[in-house]
Design a protein around this ligand. Sequence first.
Ligand code: NAP
Length: 357
Amino acid sequence: MKKIPVGILGATGMVGQRFITLLQNHPWFEISVVAASPKSAGKKYKEAVKGRWIIKETIPSRIANLNVDSVEDDLDKIAKKVSFVFSALDLEKEKIREIENNFASRGIPVVSNNSAHRWSKDVPVIIPEINPGHLSIIKQQQKNRGWKQGFIAVKPNCSIQSYVPLLTPLLKFQPKKVIVTTLQAVSGAGKTLKGWPQMQENVIPYIDGEEEKSEREPMKIWGKVAGGVIESVIEPNISATCIRVPAEDGHMASVSVSFAKKPTKKQIINAWKNFDPLKKLNLPSSPNQFITVFEVLDRPQTRLDCNIESGMGISVGRLQEDKIFDFKFIGLSHNTIRGAAGGAILTAELLKTKGYL
Ligand code: NAP
């Protein structure tokens, strides 16, 4: 099968680097463009990331020697070389919206990691296992914007992948109130521990804009497509506190939840173990087991468990009855794999399977 040529916008950054390594042997997609800011443009990829390549594996040799394009100045040139792009840009939201719209209006679908389009009512925010049906809004989006082949689909904030996949199979028990405290790794800020001395032996109880995203985005993901928009749900009520901790990778979430129809502990565990709605599609990046349940007391742990299922699985443990809420538990996901590049690649695989790419 001829592979689909894809471009990475923001290819030199932390998430961009994940795209490069995750796509190197992809059965359907092949990187044909790496693009970044004018500062990196014109250099070979290996020169553009010199001194800031943070992934343990080496740069794939074919990519190391690709010339980096400028996302904005080379837009038309890039659009001729790719069938779709992944966006891992980090710059002002207004600018990102403009760049992503420019690609989509030229017939190039954009699968984005950025939050710039997450609140557009005709843009789906996808976790493939949870709301694949939201892709149906794409036709309306194209109609609204006069685009024929291009469209924008986005993935949600990395923090929510540590608890939304765990709450979703429990929606049948009608969760009413959720308190979540996230303990987020430094790579979530595009940084390393070495490059961020203030984080060493430290915890910072503030991440700009994160709590609002962590509370609002799940409501859109659990919503429905109706009347040409995605309507958010209004329950459960989520209160989030987001904290930066000195871990390299992996976002943990401590979750307390009360339900209208309180389940038993066994029902919760069964709901988690059996929740794998994408399994039948057999997508290349799907984990074998979406949710891994730990019944020992001291797991999941960020360093030990964030790479579960090659970073695409969600793990959960410490499920206990709670004195104030009904239950509490700890969730964990890999923020730059499941929470960013890997989640976006899985979304693109779903888009291809459903005929959008
Ligand atoms: P990053 O390491 O700072 O990388 C940013 C990328 O954007 C670099 O490739 C950079 O190119 C490029 N860029 C910056 N200014 C540009 C410009 N004016 N024109 C074109 N390209 C420009 O950021 P990151 O952590 O990878 O995050 C990327 C996106 O993913 C962000 O929207 C972030 O919110 C989102 N995200 C991150 C995570 C995570 O865990 N890190 C998780 C989920 C979502 P140069 O190298 O040339 O400057």
